[in-house]
Design a protein around this ligand. Structure first.
Ligand code: SF4
Length: 970
C-alpha cells in the first residue's frame, strides 16, 4: 500500500477479504503492520474505486465522461500515442507517481522513444538520493539503514513517519529497549519518531546544513575524526589542482593513466592515491610533476568548516539551537564514535588484500529524509550529513550507517541520462533518467535550451536524476521549452495534493488556445480511485486496487534489501476485480504491443508478453540473465543471473512472496572496500567491476560544472546562468539560505510552514479509507503556544495562512512541540468537494486544507523576467518546505470553514453512488450467516496449500487449512 513495501498475508472468507496481517517472515516488516496496512480492506473496498474506462464528453474539470469498453479505451490511447511516436516522440510526457514499477515504466518510455519520462522523485526526495549517490555511492532508506543492533548514537534528520515506516519503528523499538544508545531527532516538529527521541532538537527549517556544519567545525577543532578511515575509504587525500583561473583549477590531479594522486608524507613524493603502502598526507600543499600546485581535498574541506562562518556561536541564532547545545551534541557524537567503539569478531579482507581479524566500527548512525531534502539548499545539506559520517568513519561499519545491496555503487553510479537524440518510431539509446558527470552529459541544445519538458538535466537543474514531475503541467501549458501533444499520468494526484500552486495548475489543465483547443491537447490518466485529477483527464484508464494485481519490488527499481543481503518480492492478486478495471502495468504492456514497441511486440506484431505483467516479471531480461526478479532464476537454483524460470512466481509464492539472500558475515560491513562483497556484487551485475568504491568528500563532477560556468570547456552555460551554476556547484558542501526565505523573509512572512505525513495515511490515498478517516478526517494548523499568544490566537480560532502567493484559511491548534518560528499541518488531508466519493460536506472538504495552494511552483522573476522552478538548483528537487507565511486571525464572520473552496466536482459518470453508511463485514457475522468458524477461514495470502496435518492455527501465522486456495489467479 505504500513505499515501505511490507509483506502481508490476506485472509479470505469466500471471495471477500476478511483480514490482513503482517507476514512474520518478510524481510521488511517481520509481521509488523501499520494502521494503513491493517485498514487495507477499506482501501480495497472503497466506494471511490473507479469502475470502468472513461472518455471525457464535457469540458475538462466538469467530470462528464462516457463509459467505454477497454477495446475502445486501448484503441484510443494507442491512436493518440501512435501519432506522437510516428511524428515526434518527445511530444509524449509520461510521468508516474509513487508506484513500484518504475523499471517497467522507464523502459517503456525508452522503447517509445520519449525522453520526457520520470517518476515522482523530483517532487519527493531526489536531493537525498542524488547527494548520497554522488558522495558515498548510496543513501538512506532503500539504499541503507542504521545499524540498529550496534549503534550507540542515532541521529534522525527531518524524518516523518512514512518512508521506511515499519523498519524504523522496529529499529527504534530495539534501540530504546537496549538502553545503551541515545536517539536524537532533529526536526522542527515533535511528532511521530521525534516524540520518543531522547533529545528533540526543534531546528528552524532549512538550517540543518548550518547545524551539521557546526558539528563538523567542532569535531575538526577537537580533531575528533577518523584519519585512517578518511585516507582509506574517501578521497580526502586526493590532490586537488590549485591553478586559479585555469581550466584545470579544482580538478583532481591524476597520473597519465588517469589515476588520482596523493602526496606520500613518508616518501615525500606524489603517488597514486590507491597505493596501499602510501602514507598519504591530508594537509599541506605540494608540487605536481607538471609543476602545478595541489593540496589534498581534506585541506580545502577543513579550511571551509573551521571558518568562523560555521562556528556554533555563528549559527546558533539562525538555527535556533544554542551554541552550548551544539557543542554538547558534537562532544556526545565524538564520545560515542571514538570511546564506545564496536568490534565484531568477524574476519574480512579488503580490496587491497589486507586481512582484518575483526570489524571495528564507530557506532554513530544517521538517517535523513524529506525534511532535509525538500529545501532549495537540500542537496548540499544532504552532502554535508554524509561528510559528517565520513569524518567519523561511520559509514558501513558496525554501529554506523549500513549500505543495503545493491549499494554502494560508484559515485555517481551511472548510466548517464539518454535523450540527446529523439527520432520518430525510434527507441532512445538508453534510459531517460541517469547521472550526469559533467556539462557534456546535459540534455540541452547548443544554445543551452533544455531538451526535456520538465527541464531536468538542463543548466537550470543539471543533476535532476529523478526528473521534475512538479514542473510538467506548468511547462506543458506554457509550451516551454516546447508544447507537447499527450500528457500521460499514472498514480499521481497532480490535480491536487501532488502539485504546488493548485489553483493555477487547474487553470493550466483547462486553459485553451484562441481556436478553442486545450493548450495541453490530450491527457491520459490512470488511477484506481476518483481522485481530484480524474475530472481533468480526457481518457481514464481505471487501475485495480493493490490486492487485485501482480507486482514486483525489483532490484532493477527500488528494492527491499537489507544490509544483511539482497531481497526482492512479488505481489500476487488475491481477489478478482468486481469492476471493469485492469492493472496499469498490464495496460502499459498491452499498449506497448499495440504500438509495436521493440521488446513489447514481435516482428509479426504479436505481443511479447501476452500474459501481462506476470509474464513480463518472469520473462523480461534487461540484460542477459538479469530480469525483474532475482530469485530462483534458471533451473531454480541460481539467483541474480540466470535464464527465465517458468516456475519463478510459484517459487516466490511458496516462499511467502519474497526472495532473500543472506550475505556471509564477512561481507556484511565495509562493503565499499570488502573484496568478497564487491566480487559478489559484480557477479550479480550491480557494479561494473570489483574495484573499491571511494567516497567523494570533494566532488569533481560538481567542479566540472563550476569550471564551465567560469568559462572553461566546450559546453558552457548561457550567460544568465553562470553565476547560479558557479555558486551551486561547489565541490564541497555549502549552506545558503533557502531561496524563498532569501526572497520573502522578514516582517511580512516571519514564519516557516511545513507539512508532516500522518503515519496512518499515505499521500492522499488514506483520505477515502473509512477506517483511517476515523483517525483523521480534517487538519488544523499547529502553532507554538508562545507564537500563538503573541498573535492572539487560541485553540480552534480560525486564521488565514498568508504566503507571498495566496492565502488559506484553517483552524488553529496550539502545542509546545514545534519550533516557535514554524507552523505545520498534516499533509494531503484536505480534499476537494465531490471527489473520492466523499459527501460534499465531508470534513476533509470543509475543514481540511492544503498548503499546496499557497506554494508557488516558480521563484520570483530574475532581472530579465525569467523564473526558475521553486527547486534546488542542483537537482531540481521541489522545495516544498521553503514556504514562508504569516498568520492573520479571521474575523468572526470568516470562521467555520476552510478556504479556498473549489467548485464541487460532480460524481464521475456511471460511478455507483457511495452508500451513506458502510456496512462492511455484516455478512461475516456468525449470527446472520451461521458460518465464521475456524475452518471457514482460508489463508491464501501466499497461496500455499497445506496438508491436513499442517492445518490449524499457529500463533502469529493466521488460520491455515488444507483447503485449496480460492480467490483469483489471472
Ligand atoms: S508501512 Fe506501508 S507497506 Fe507497511 S504495512 Fe503500512 S501501508 Fe503497508
Amino acid at each position: 500500500m505504500c513505499a515501505c513495501r511490507c509483506g502481508i498475508r490476506v485472509h479470505l472468507q469466500g471471495d471477500k477479504v476478511r483480514y490482513i496481517e503482517g507476514n512474520p517472515d518478510h524481510p521488511i516488516n517481520r509481521g509488523v503492520l501499520c494502521a494503513k496496512g491493517s485498514a487495507g480492506i477499506m482501501q480495497h473496498t472503497s466506494p471511490a474505486r473507479l469502475h470502468k474506462p472513461l472518455l471525457r464528453v464535457g469540458e475538462r474539470g466538469a467530470g462528464e465522461f462516457r463509459e467505454i469498453e477497454w477495446d475502445e479505451a486501448l484503441a484510443t490511447a494507442a491512436d493518440w500515442l501512435g501519432e506522437v511516436r510516428r511524428t515526434d516522440p518527445k511530444k509524449l510526457a509520461f510521468f508516474t507517481g509513487r508506484d513500484q514499477s518504475q523499471s517497467l515504466t522507464g523502459w517503456w518510455a525508452k522503447q517509445f522513444g520519449t525522453l520526457n519520462y520520470a517518476a515522482h522523485g523530483g517532487f519527493c526526495s531526489v536531493n537525498m538520493a542524488a547527494a548520497g549517490l554522488y558522495t558515498i555511492g548510496g543513501s538512506f532508506w532503500e539504499f541503507g539503514e542504521p545499524d540498529w543492533e550496534h549503534t550507540r548514537y542515532l541521529m534522525l534528520f527531518g524524518v516523518a513517519e512514512d518512508h521506511d515506516s515499519n523498519p524504523i519503528k522496529m529499529g527504534l523499538g530495539r534501540l530504546k529497549t537496549r538502553g545503551n544508545a541515545k536517539f536524537v531527532s532533529i526536526n522542527p516538529t515533535r511528532t511521530g519518531y521525534s516524540a520518543i527521541a531522547d533529545e528533540w532538537i526543534g531546528i528552524r527549517p532549512g538550517t540543518d546544513g548550518l547545524f551539521v556544519a557546526a558539528l563538523i567545525h567542532e569535531l575538526l577543532r577537537a580533531e575528533q575524526i577518523d584519519w585512517d578511515y578518511l585516507a582509506r575509504y574517501t578521497n580526502a587525500h586526493w590532490l586537488v589542482i590549485q591553478v586559479p583561473g585555469e581550466a584545470q583549477n579544482g580538478r583532481i590531479a591524476r597520473s597519465a593513466e588517469g589515476e588520482p594522486l596523493c602526496f606520500d608524507g613518508a616518501k615525500q613524493a606524489v603517488r597514486r592515491a590507491s597505493d596501499t603502502d602510501a602514507a598519504p598526507r591530508l594537509v599541506g600543499a605540494c608540487e605536481l610533476p607538471n609543476g602545478r600546485r595541489a593540496v589534498p581535498a581534506f585541506q580545502l574541506m577543513a579550511a571551509r568548516f573551521l571558518s568562523h562562518e560555521y562556528a556554533p556561536d555563528t549559527v546558533a541564532a539562525a538555527t535556533g539551537i544554542p551554541a552550548a547545545q551544539i557543542r554538547r551534541i558534537a562532544a556526545e557524537i565524538a564520545n560515542a564514535a571514538f570511546r564506545q567503539t564496536v568490534e565484531l569478531p568477524v574476519p574480512w579482507t579488503d580490496t587491497a588484500g589486507r586481512r582484518h581479524d575483526t570489524m571495528v566500527g564507530r557506532p554513530v548512525a544517521m538517517h535523513a529524509m524529506r525534511g532535509i531534502s525538500a529545501h532549495s539548499n537540500g542537496f548540499h545539506t544532504c552532502r554535508m550529513i554524509h561528510l559528517l559520517q565520513m569524518l567519523l568513519g561511520a559509514i558501513d561499519v558496525p554501529g554506523g550507517f549500513r549500505f543495503k545491496p545493491p549499494f554502494p555503487r560508484p559515485c555517481p553510479p551511472g548510466p548517464k541520462p539518454s535523450g540527446h537524440t529523439v527520432a520518430p518510431d525510434t527507441p532512445l539509446d538508453g534510459m531517460p533518467l541517469g547521472f550526469p558527470t559533467g556539462p557534456e552529459d546535459l540534455l540541452v541544445d547548443s544554445d543551452g535550451t533544455p531538451k526535456r519538458i520538465d527541464k531536468a538535466f538542463s543548466w537550470e537543474y543539471p543533476l535532476a536524476a529523478h526528473g521534475m514531475m512538479q514542473m510538467v503541467i506548468h511547462n506543458a501549458w506554457a509550451g516551454d521549452p516546447y508544447p507537447i501533444d499527450v500528457l500521460f499520468l499514472y498514480m499521481a494526484n497532480m490535480g491536487w495534493n501532488s502539485s504546488m500552486n493548485v489553483p493555477e495548475t487547474l487553470r493550466y489543465l483547462t486553459d485553451k488556445r484562441a481556436d478553442g483547443s486545450y493548450r495541453i491537447p490530450r491527457i491520459i490518466y490512470s488511477d484506481a480511485y476518483s481522485s481530484e485529477t480524474v475530472a481533468y483527464a480526457d481518457l481514464v484508464l481505471p487501475d485495480t486496487t493493490y490486492l487485485e494485481r501482480w507486482d514486483c519490488i525489483s532490484l532493477l527499481d527500488r528494492p527491499i534489501c537489507s544490509a544483511e543481503g539482497p531481497a526482492d518480492s512479488i505481489r500476487q492478486p488475491v481477489v478478482k476485480p468486481d469492476r471493469d478495471v485492469r492493472p496499469f502495468q498490464d495496460v502499459l504492456i498491452d499498449l506497448g504491443a499495440r504500438l509495436r514497441l521493440p521488446g513489447f511486440a514481435k516482428d509479426d506484431g504479436a505481443a511479447v508478453f501476452p500474459g501481462g505483467y506476470a509474464d513480463y516479471m518472469v520473462n523480461h531480461e534487461r540484460a542477459p540473465g538479469i530480469g525483474p526478479l532475482a530469485g530462483w532464476r534458471g533451473d531454480g537454483d541460481s539467483h541474480g543471473r540466470g535464464a527465465p524460470n517458468p516456475d519463478q512466481l510459484q517459487r516466490y509464492i511458496d516462499n511467502g512472496g519474497f526472495w532473500q539472500h543472506h550475505l556471509p558475515a564477512e561481507q556484511t560491513y565495509f562493503k565499499h572496500a570488502n573484496r568478497a562483497y564487491l566480487e559478489y556484487a559484480q557477479k550479480m551485475g550491480w557494479i561494473p567491476n570489483a574495484e573499491p568504491i571511494v567516497m567523494q568528500l570533494y566532488s569533481e563532477p560538481l567542479q566540472k560544472f563550476r569550471l564551465a560556468a567560469q568559462g572553461h570547456g566546450e559546453v558552457q552555460p548561457p550567460e544568465a546562468l553562470r553565476q547560479r551554476i558557479e555558486h551551486a556547484f561547489d565541490p564541497l558542501p555549502i549552506w545558503y539560505p533557502p531561496f524563498e526565505e532569501a526572497a520573502f523573509a522578514g516582517e511580512d512572512f516571519p514564519l516557516h510552514a511545513v507539512t508532516q505525513r500522518p503515519m496512518h495515511m499515505y499521500h492522499s490515498w488514506g483520505g477515502q479509507n473509512a477506517w483511517l478517516r476515523q483517525i483523521t478526517a480534517r487538519n488544523r494548523l499547529f502553532v507554538h503556544v508562545d507564537t500563538a499568544a503573541r498573535l492572539g490566537l487560541a485553540d480552534d480560532d480560525w486564521a488565514w495562512i498568508v504566503s507571498p502567493h495566496g492565502r488559506v484559511k484553517a483552524q488553529i491548534k496550539r502545542l509546545h512541540g514545534v519550533n516557535p518560528d514554524t507552523v505545520w499541518t498534516w499533509n494531503a488531508i484536505g480534499k476537494r468537494r465531490g471527489t473520492w466519493s466523499l459527501d460534499t460536506d465531508a470534513p476533509e472538504a470543509t475543514k481540511g486544507f492544503l498548503l499546496n495552494h499557497i506554494i508557488s511552483e516558480l521563484l520570483p522573476a530574475r532581472a530579465d523576467g525569467h523564473r526558475y522552478a521553486n527547486a534546488d538548483p542542483v537537482t531540481g528537487q521541489a522545495a516544498w518546505y521553503d514556504l514562508r507565511v504569516r498568520l492573520e486571525k479571521c474575523v468572526s464572520s470568516e470562521a467555520g470553514g476552510t478556504a479556498p473552496q473549489f467548485a464541487s466536482v460532480p460524481p464521475v459518470t456511471a460511478q455507483p453512488p457511495a452508500p451513506s453508511v458502510l456496512r462492511y463485514g455484516a455478512a461475516f457475522d456468525r449470527r446472520s450467516t451461521g458460518v465464521g468458524t475456524e475452518d471457514h477461514l482460508e489463508w491464501v495470502g501466499n497461496r500455499r496449500e497445506y496438508a491436513a496435518s499442517d492445518s490449524g492455527v499457529r500463533p502469529g501465522h493466521g488460520n491455515r487449512t488444507d483447503k485449496p486456495a480460492k480467490g483469483s489467479v489471472p
